[in-house]
Design a protein around this ligand. Structure first.
Ligand code: C2O
Ligand code: CU
Ligand code: CU
Length: 515
């Protein structure tokens, strides 16, 4: 039984309890769904009845404690291993997790201190860890072929690369403004399935400037990792990998070549969870960690006064000034740091975070219930951060980069490419000079592509309502072009940029080398 979004709206608008619904269905897959208009990909249907929405409390990923600290560095250890989660009633879901959990533990760093994370790979395949949004020296950035092979040998790396056996340390200087960063797998040819199985976590960076602002803090500063997943008969996350062992041929079956869309929305790993709030302001660090799904988030009902969301930050940290939104359009890997003011609601109200681009189950994300009054000394200042605007005249080089499906059939499919070429670790597409600013014209063809550039933060020229501030990922609709101004001032070396639709990424990727 599926409740349509309209029914659900009516139920909540009338003040009735949030209508629980079951959005399960037993067909195996459905291409050609209308959802494909807003997200590239096909919906993979779950084979089991899905959980009832708004019943599970929102989990908060545990904060990882350093194993030791010294005068300038905090040391952490993470073991990547198989774990189990309770997501679908009565079934156990296997996850590949950082410390066996999905999402992984949250790392909290402070600008001015170095963070070192020792990763141990107890999974059956090689892994690579990338700190998304981090300004990291190239050897610690998680280049796709810098593999950590499994503990105990027995590696089946699909590609040769430099790498480590079993364990390695990633060193993060984190000399950059406070921001919501995240870490995830980046293994050559297998990023999509390995992230889907659970290899993603938050890494929050703090600094004195952010801390001095009177924004909501502590328990009212909440990370929200949104993902969509589908479930197989045995409760496992289903994924249409050509080789489900992830040791042989990479890629997905042809129906899903444009992207894998799940039919169950998880927030912090829980299906359509619910969070109890006081009638005060909360800060939410929203991350879309889905493989292929884009969302347009809104509150239902929207508050009787004020904006639904006041955006205070973007991918790379705080905005110059807050921006009010009624909707938030969020592509894969983007982060929106927002404040929701629940004082506009009454105690007892139930508010749903909806996805206006979804259908039936995917039209909902999570619920909030305003359970009681609370005191609130938080405030959103008119001025948040100093952002030096880059201008076109700062750019010393212009480049055109087109993301499209193009060229000769490989493994039975037309590959996703950058400027007509699928990824090759050897080929350098751009070679910016250290210390300069460049203008890159990024163009998307065929379907939407969220483009992510490692290392170098950028500003979007003539940004739409959602794209202000310093960004590391830009959402492009099919046929769109964005002009971004990038500053290459942190490290020299070879890095990648790519589409963050994880089914496109391993092909739709290219190198740049800062010289
Ligand atoms: Cu979030 Cu290269 O990735
Ligand atoms: Cu990145
Ligand atoms: Cu893409």
């Amino acid at each position: 039984m599926t409740l349509s979004r309209r029914h659900l709206l009516r139920a909540t608008a009338g003040g009735v309890l949030l209508a629980p619904f079951v959005a399960g269905c037993s067909s195996v897959r459905g291409g050609g769904n209308a959802e494909t208009e807003s997200s590239a990909g096909a919906v993979l249907r779950s084979a089991v009845p899905l959980p009832t929405a708004f019943t599970v409390p929102l989990p908060i990923p545990p904060v990882l404690r350093p194993t030791r600290t010294d005068h300038d560095t905090d040391y952490y250890e993470i073991t990547q291993r198989i774990g189990h989660a309770q997501i679908v009633p009565g079934l156990r879901t296997e996850v590949w997790g950082y410390n066996g959990i999905f999402p992984g533990p949250t790392i909290q760093s402070r600008r001015g201190r170095r963070t070192v994370v020792r990763h141990r790979n107890e999974l059956p395949t090689p892994v690579v860890i990338h700190l998304h949004g981090g300004r990291t020296p190239p050897e610690h950035d998680g280049y796709p072929t810098d593999l950590i092979t499994p503990m105990g040998g027995n590696a089946h790396p699909g590609h040769a690369g430099s790498g480590a056996q079993g364990t390695r340390d990633y060193r993060y200087p984190l000399d950059q403004p406070a921001a919501t960063l995240w870490y995830h797998d980046h293994r050559m040819d297998f990023t999509g399935p390995q992230v889907y199985k659970g290899l993603a976590g938050f890494h929050l960076l703090h600094d004195d400037l952010e801390e001095a602002l009177p924004l909501p803090k502590g328990e009212r500063d909440v990370p929200l990792m949104i993902t969509d997943r589908s479930f197989a008969e045995d409760g496992s996350m289903s994924y249409p990998a050509i080789d489900p062992s992830l040791t042989g041929q990479p890629g997905v079956t042809t129906d899903f070549i444009s992207g894998v869309l799940g039919d169950c929305v998880l927030v912090n790993g829980a299906p359509w969870p619910v969070m109890e709030v006081t009638n005060t302001r909360y800060r939410f660090r929203i991350l879309n960690a889905s493989n292929a799904r884009r969302y347009r988030l809104a509150l239902d009902p929207s508050p009787p006064a004020g904006s639904s969301f006041v955006q205070i930050g973007s991918d790379q940290g705080l905005l110059a000034q807050p921006v009010g939104h009624e909707q938030l359009q969020i592509a894969q890997a983007e982060r929106f740091d927002v404040v929701i003011d629940f004082s506009a609601y009454s105690v007892g109200d139930e508010v749903t975070l909806v996805n206006q681009l979804g259908k039936s189950g995917t039209a909902n994300v999570m619920g909030f219930v305003v359970v009681r009054g609370g005191t609130d000394d938080s405030r959103i200042p008119d001025k948040l951060a100093e952002i030096q605007p880059l201008s076109r005249s700062d750019a010393v080089v212009e480049r055109e980069l087109t993301f499209e499906r193009h060229g000769a059939v490989m493994h039975g499919v037309t590959p996703w490419t950058v400027n007509g070429e699928p990824f090759s670790p050897e080929h350098i597409t751009a070679d910016p000079a250290f210390g300069t600013v460049e203008l890159w014209k990024l163009r998307a063809q065929n379907v939407p592509h969220p483009i992510h550039i490692h290392l170098a933060p950028f500003q979007i020229q003539n940004p739409g309502p959602y794209a202000g501030g310093w960004k590391d990922t830009v959402d492009l609709a099919s046929g769109d072009q964005a002009e971004v101004l990038l500053r290459f001032d942190s490290y020299r070396g070879k890095y990648v940029f790519h589409c963050h639709n994880l089914e496109h990424e391993d092909m739709m990727m290219a190198n740049f080398e800062i010289r």
